[in-house]
Design a protein around this ligand. Sequence first.
Ligand SMILES: NC(=O)C1=CN([C@@H]2O[C@H](COP(=O)(O)OP(=O)(O)OC[C@H]3O[C@@H](n4cnc5c(N)ncnc54)[C@H](OP(=O)(O)O)[C@@H]3O)[C@@H](O)[C@H]2O)C=CC1
Ligand SMILES: Cc1cn([C@H]2C[C@H](O)[C@@H](COP(=O)(O)OP(=O)(O)O[C@H]3O[C@@H](C)C(=O)[C@@H](O)[C@H]3O)O2)c(=O)[nH]c1=O
Length: 289
Amino acid sequence: MAGPRIALFGANGQLGSDISTLAAQRGLDLVPVTRAQLDASDPTPSFDGLAFDVAINCVAVTRVDDCEKDPAPAVAINAHFAGRLARACAARGARLVQVSTDYVYGGQAQREPLSEEIGRAPVNVYGATKALGEDLARLEHDDVIVARVASLFGVAGASGKGGNFVETMLRLGQERGRLTVVADQMMSPTGSWDAGEAILDLIAAEAPAGDYHVVNSGAASWWDFAARIIERAGIAAEVAPIPTSDFPTPARRPPYSALSNAKLSTAIGRSTPHWTDALDRYLRAKGRI
Ligand SMILES: NC(=O)C1=CN([C@@H]2O[C@H](COP(=O)(O)OP(=O)(O)OC[C@H]3O[C@@H](n4cnc5c(N)ncnc54)[C@H](OP(=O)(O)O)[C@@H]3O)[C@@H](O)[C@H]2O)C=CC1
Ligand SMILES: Cc1cn([C@H]2C[C@H](O)[C@@H](COP(=O)(O)OP(=O)(O)O[C@H]3O[C@@H](C)C(=O)[C@@H](O)[C@H]3O)O2)c(=O)[nH]c1=O
């Protein structure tokens, strides 16, 4: 076993399961922590018996519309648990990698890839609770890396969502033959495998504490993303672009949350693959191409 001992909270999730696999491949000393061992909604969670040098927090409530309808679980898990874990890290002198989201943005005017310098402006409860989680973690501890990932797709699928956008598009494309997808929301599609690689690289590089946009290269609208998924999987379905006003949802989505990953590239000494490359690897892993 090499390097620091890493405790991975949310180890069974979409991102967590890829990080577990990657850590095993790299021969890292990783301790998976799952819901069965620790309930993140507990106001007094016990971290007793857990020894680690770095914690990665992949725990979250990820159903964006549910957060809007009932904020309480997201406030407890996305926000307060991050603060509680940060306090436990501070007590141990351990670094915290707090996984966050592009949905901390959305209210800003800028329409070019956002750097870490721009102010956060969430437009929904999920994003607001993730932003609060970042803040509470930093209040409790100096040594926090906030790793903002986005629009994740990984082979396990998000356990909270019961899948991911790629699987939804593949299913709807086969069932309906015609999809309508919003073309006026720009973001950074990101394979959870590549996000996991970059997070482990940040840890290995002992990158300075602070915020990092941990995303694949390139930006896309959800329509661009859907059209590419359907085309690469060879599904005979039309993908029609629509405005957000034609797809009402309980929670607003950011009109623009494409992220610049230049700071990440500098920190880990490489750029991340383009999202189309990550999508091809995902579809291959799923036996779709
Ligand atoms: N999915 C996405 O598109 C994006 C996700 N993110 C962020 O990435 C991170 C990982 O998300 P992802 O892997 O996709 O999502 P998942 O829903 O797959 O993972 C969430 C994890 O949180 C765990 N969890 C939820 N509630 C509790 C609880 N009460 N106690 C203990 N564990 C709990 C889940 O456990 P269990 O497996 O037992 O349910 C799961 O392991 C999160 O921080 C999320 O906010 C950011 C941008 C995009
Ligand atoms: C299924 C579907 C969705 N859409 C729209 C709705 C929405 O605006 C957009 C994205 O859809 P979803 O609801 O699947 O995505 P959403 O749950 O908003 O995804 C977000 O999840 C959280 C956890 C994050 O942190 C974000 O980075 C982001 O990945 O696509 C269509 O236009 N047509 C469709 O058929």
